[in-house]
Design a protein around this ligand. Structure first.
Ligand code: PLP
Length: 394
């Protein structure tokens, strides 16, 4: 056996995100696998009940395979179809708009608020036209948008409201948890690998409207009026089912749901850790030539899914150089978002012009999201703090 020559040990790279998975999640998934029921079943049903209880408001919850699927099902249940328009912010992930196209409808893309980068009621009001049927509200970075204000505008025009809460578990505004849907028709969470609560892939739709819950349940599984687990449980006529619509295949398998149930129990503790890291960043970078992300009103709960800074005009480097400088120091970053109006398909199919989106245009050139996840070690936080200071104090 040969010994390797000694060499300098450099710190391992810090990823943009790393899932916070403990032995509890691993045990829960293992038990599900040993139990022999690996598609949607009792764990998914339990996950739905527990998420509904966590957000409150007496909502029903429908577990799905992704937030994209959940948004599609929510708009389908709201009756969105060809010829309809759905308002979406340009400051979002493409999934928010693509589900509108799945239904043959047209997204109407609007600019966002310069402080929060969320959709604002006035912008929604200005975008409402005779074909407008729904608005999709995104809670950017985990900071709850003014859904009540948007809903007041929407309801006056008979427009439905669906919340894209992919970043916002747990979060609250005016004492109401995002997901409890006091002002909207439905709320959709994502459990994608990088999101605050993860099942690898997955999502959940919540609603106070039993008609939306029922329709989403039927459409998530082929338009069948009862799911496979119900058939399995029923002693007689287990083969019997009916199909009431050409549905989709959007159900969440039990091993993922089992992981999600543990993640849900840890959701507030993980948020507390992210909030503490965000507070450290804010304090350590207060003097730097950058704008910190909006922290929200003191009584609201910010999910702190993202920590997105905006480089100032007085910063010594532009955004792309900043990203490279951090990468050289072993720190991965991301850009949230490339606005929809800058993506080829949306720009060309909707004829979007950059000058219609002055806020997003300005933000896009400056934004960088730095690592913020509950599994970050103190050492990793310190390294991110120092690296950003090193690059911007230069
Ligand atoms: C991640 C994300 C989605 C899509 O979530 P999936 O679960 O991957 O489908 C939708 N909207 C926003 C704002 C997101 O960040």
């Amino acid at each position: 056996m040969t010994t390797r020559p000694a060499r300098a040990v450099s710190a391992p790279p810090i990823p943009f995100s790393r899932p916070d998975i403990t032995e509890e999640e691993i045990d829960a998934v293992t038990r599900t696998l040993r139990g022999g029921w690996v598609t949607t079943g009792p764990a998914a049903a339990g996950f739905e009940v527990e998420l509904a209880a966590l957000v409150g408001g007496g909502v029903e919850a429908v577990a799905v395979s992704s937030a994209t699927a959940g948004l599609h099902l929510a708009l389908e249940a709201c009756g969105i179809g060809p010829g309809d328009e759905v308002i979406v912010p340009t400051w979002t992930f493409t999934a928010t708009a693509e589900v509108v196209r799945y239904l043959g409808a047209d997204p109407v893309v609007v600019d966002v608020d310069p402080v929060t980068l969320n959709l604002e009621p006035a912008a929604v009001e200005a975008a409402i036209g005779p074909r407008t049927r729904a608005v999709l509200v995104v809670h950017f970075g985990g900071l709850a948008a003014d859904t009540a204000g948007i809903a007041a505008v929407a309801q006056a025009h008979g427009v439905r409201v669906v919340e894209d809460a992919a970043h916002a578990l747990p979060a609250s505004r005016d004492g109401a948890a995002v997901g409890s849907a006091p002002h909207s028709d439905a709320v959709v969470f994502s459990f994608y690998a990088t999101k605050p609560v993860t099942t690898g892939e997955g999502g959940m739709l919540t609603t106070r409207d039993p008609a939306i819950a029922d329709r989403a349940r039927v459409m998530r599984l082929h338009g069948i009026d009862r799911d496979a687990f119900d058939r399995y449980r029923t002693a007689s006529a287990g083969w019997a089912y009916d199909v009431v619509a050409p549905g989709f295949k959007n159900n969440l398998p039990d091993p993922a749901a089992a992981m999600g149930r543990v993640q849900l129990r840890r959701a507030h503790a993980m948020r507390t850790r992210r909030a503490a890291i965000a507070a450290t960043y804010a304090a350590e970078w207060a003097h730097l030539p950058l704008d910190l992300p909006a922290s929200g009103r003191p009584d609201d709960l910010h999910a702190w899914h993202l920590f997105t800074v905006r480089l100032g005009d007085d910063a010594p480097v532009r955004r792309d150089v900043f990203v490279e400088a951090l990468a050289r120091r072993g720190i991965a970053t991301s850009v949230h978002f490339i606005p929809l109006h800058r993506l080829t398909y949306w720009r060309d199919s909707l004829g979007l012009q950059p000058d219609a989106f002055p806020v997003a245009e300005d933000a896009y050139g400056r934004v960088v999201s730095v690592p913020l996840f509950s599994a970050m070690t103190d050492d990793e936080v310190t390294r991110v703090v120092s690296a950003v200071r090193e690059v911007l104090e230069a």
